[in-house]
Design a protein around this ligand. Sequence first.
Ligand SMILES: *Cc1c(COP(=O)(O)O)cnc(C)c1O
Length: 364
Amino acid sequence: MPRPIQATIHTAALRHNLGCVRRAAPDAKVWGVVKANAYGHGIERAFHGLRAADGFGLLDLQEGQRVRDLGWRGPILLLEGVFEARDLELCSRLNLWHTVHCDEQIDMLAMHKTHQPHRVFLKMNSGMNRLGFTPQRYRAAWTRLDALPQVDEISLMTHFSDADGPRGIARQLQVFTDATHDLPGERTLANSAASLRFGDDAAVRGDWIRPGIAVYGSAPDFPDHDIAHWQLQPTMTLAARIIGVQQLAPGDTVGYGSSFRTDAAMRIGVVACGYADGYPRHCSTGTPVLVDGVRTRIVGRVSMDMLTVDLTPLPQAGFGSEVTLWGRAGNGAVLAIDEPARSAGTVGYELMCAVAQRVPVMVD
Ligand SMILES: *Cc1c(COP(=O)(O)O)cnc(C)c1O
């Protein structure tokens, strides 16, 4: 028998979450963001749940090829554009739309030989200071692109740095709107957080929203709001089983470094999941898990192949019991990925992207 650990991708939850985000930004078209192999879910595994999207946003030409191989004929947007001149040939061949964020990308386009002019998304750096033209240089870039025979339609794009936090988006929205108000073309500004929090504002939702994390069942502004608040459902479950039980006396310690010490008699379960499966080692004592769908906690350090859980609230649990590290338990109970992520000092994005190769994945 294989080691009892498994990830499950929930097709119906992907579909549900996409619908939630769509309702938060009515009338906007939706880029389903599938970069990073669909946030660790696997593009092929997630595709069926996401096919109601209007297009797919991704980073790698390879990922674009994979989406085309699945039979998708609709829009695909390369969110960082091309990295070298010959990438443009594949864009032509696969009919990929691409972001243009720097002069070098315009130079490459100007040299590109194509029969089909390209649809491009001209990116503004409205304050995040990662990719894009500054507001001062944006119009010159637009004019240069507009003059190229290689370019068909120009859309306008920016990205928010603080859509999930207290700073919000007002400043960047103002910068983008001021610099583009008289330019034609479709607009795209909003990631998950902006779509959920500000999608009722037509200027924020623009023509296309670009949700990723919310579609994958993680609340972009956790812990201010959780997935229940946004009515999102987990799209990935990481589950394992108890492979051993220990009865501890008061004063006993658990695991490497003896970081946990009991103050009363206690039963613990040893779970077939460790950091080599992608479960964060930083999830120390107190991190929530579900055993047979009942909430309990990790005790002691997470090791490479195992971790230990408190069975005090679960007198019936033992060898073979189901342990849900995140996602949905057999009894329907939910543990959002955001909770262990927070215990590890990180975000749901990182956990879902880091599930290890050795964990078998199934789709339901
Ligand atoms: C990843 C990404 C998104 C999606 O962001 P989420 O926070 O996951 O919703 C949107 N736009 C761009 C340009 C991205 O790179």
